[in-house]
Design a protein around this ligand. Structure first.
Ligand code: F0G
Length: 469
């Protein structure tokens, strides 16, 4: 494969490496790596609509996959080595009810629902690509640290493919039960580290450097290649017409980085004529990107990122003993590993960063569930962020906006039930310590005696009016 290599993103280094190497940072300068293609040597379709011909050949697993049907845009693997489990059958839903609630015109707000993936989150888009590379290089053991979804995704790929074992590292007590149950069910060796996600990631990186274990976190550049296709499916859902805005939650910042790379390449290839703007939404309890960009004016700066500024920020965070803390446990991350690539995405897409409180997140999540696709709290951050950007008038009533709902509603049912619950103790235990005191969209269950009259009373129906005839 002489049309593809791994490349350091730092412009002064720019070292390149073979795709057969297992790397998660540039061996020469320790920066992040990209997968780069010599597009002249790839048979890229002249128009995105050419991919539609694959809709007619869905019995072919690579055409069925919502990732690999775009394989010419992530051409790093021979077809016979691709590991796919049917990921990416996801939906773009136009949602006029939510549009109206946000004061937007009908037909302008869309939800890209990644909860429909096999493991219930967007991670499968990346894990099919990382698993493919793991297979190409003959990995026997794979690993990741996770706030829950990455581990569920890696576990399902390891389990279904049977090609490698997997070990997942999760922070102790910081993972939603839906996600933990998946890792256990799919047979992952699951280590609960006494620490948070940032600790778990630091440890798994150390261990993978010293042992023949293949790391599947988003520092693995192959993962992000798969995640580019979320944007391809968004464009597909919009008839290949580029929207004005993409809104995405930011945690470890792999997803927004992948989106930026997708649009950079599509523009370079002449497959789109403009790029959308990108809004990355942090939780205010885990807001490193938002602080660095908005308060400290950190930018991509043509690749010359001000590293001392980042170092100072982390040092002051350590001095204050500040740990990430948010109910949106998926994005409870204070040291996002893809920070520099996210800055590049902001540069490419004229992006903005917004932080939102836990109260805003849980309310927005409930609004989405009542009017669209149920999603987990981190995904709710998108609508909460959009609300702020609408108030700032940065996003207009007629802009076409796509909120990426990254994970399924059933990932974190405890939080949903606590929000809706009439039981004050349950609610207080789960929500109040995080600053969530109200539940304006609550739909509390009604406790009722095991008796028809009592049930009808609870339904506010009389026995006569309850009859259909
Ligand atoms: N939404 C959900 C549902 C997630 O699980 C994550 C990340 C994000 C958003 C943020 O995406 O990291 O690419 O910025 N979850 C990771 C995990 C960290 O371990 O499952 P990001």
């Amino acid at each position: 494969m002489n049309h593809v290599h791994q490349a350091c993103i730092h412009p002064e280094c720019g070292a390149t490496y073979d795709v057969g190497q297992i790397l998660t940072a540039c061996p020469s300068c320790n920066s992040l790596l990209d997968i780069q293609y010599d597009w002249d040597k790839v048979a890229v379709p002249r128009s995105l609509s050419e991919f539609e011909s694959r809709w007619g050949s869905r019995r072919e697993p690579l055409d069925f996959s919502g990732v690999w049907r775009f394989r010419e845009l992530l051409p790093f693997a021979p077809d016979h080595q691709i590991v796919t489990i049917g990921e990416g059958q996801t939906i773009l839903q136009k949602n006029d009810r939510l549009a109206a609630q946000l004061g937007m015109n009908s037909g302008r707000l869309f939800l890209q629902y990644e909860g429909l993936n096999p493991s219930g989150s967007f991670k499968d888009n990346g894990m099919t690509a990382a698993s493919t590379h793991a297979h190409m290089v003959g990995a026997r053991i794979t690993a990741c640290a996770s706030t829950g979804n990455t581990s569920a995704s890696l576990a399902i790929y390891a389990g279904v493919s049977g090609l490698f074992q997997c070990v997942v590292f999760v922070g102790s007590g910081r993972i939603a039960y839906g996600k933990l149950s998946q890792a256990l069910d799919y047979g992952a060796r699951t280590l609960q580290i006494r620490g948070d996600f940032d600790d778990a990631l630091a440890r798994v990186r150390e261990i993978c450097e010293q042992h023949p274990i293949y790391l599947c976190n988003s520092v693995n550049p192959f993962r992000l290649e798969g995640q580019k296709t979320i944007m391809l499916r968004v464009l597909e859902g919009l008839g290949w017409d580029v929207p004005e805005w993409i809104v995405v939650p930011g945690g470890n910042l792999g997803n927004c980085s992948a989106f930026g790379k997708a649009f950079m390449e599509l523009k370079q290839l002449g497959l789109i004529d403009r790029v959308p703007r990108l809004a990355i939404i942090n939780s205010s309890g885990a807001h490193t990107l938002e602080q660095l960009v908005n308060a400290h004016e950190l930018t991509w700066n043509s690749g010359q990122v001000d590293a001392p500024k980042i170092g100072d920020y982390y040092e002051s965070m350590d001095e204050r003993n500040e740990r990430a803390r948010t109910l949106a446990s998926a994005i409870e991350i204070n040291r996002p590993v893809n920070l520099e690539k996210a800055l590049r995405a902001i540069d490419v897409c004229d992006g903005v960063v917004q932080s939102v409180t836990d109260q805003e997140i849980v309310d927005a999540r409930a609004m989405i569930a009542a009017a669209g696709f149920g999603c987990e709290p981190a995904s709710g951050a998108t609508l909460a962020g959009l609300h702020h950007l609408r108030e700032q008038n940065l996003i207009g009533t007629d802009d076409r906006v796509v909120c990426v709902l990254t994970g399924h509603q059933l990932k974190d049912p405890d939080l949903t039930v606590a929000y809706h619950s009439a039981d004050e103790n349950l609610r207080a235990k789960k929500l109040v310590p995080s600053g969530v005191t109200k539940a304006p969209y609550a739909n509390a269950p009604v406790v009722v005696d095991n008796d028809v009259a009592a049930i009808l009373e609870a339904l506010e129906l009389s026995e006569e009016s309850a009859a259909f005839n």
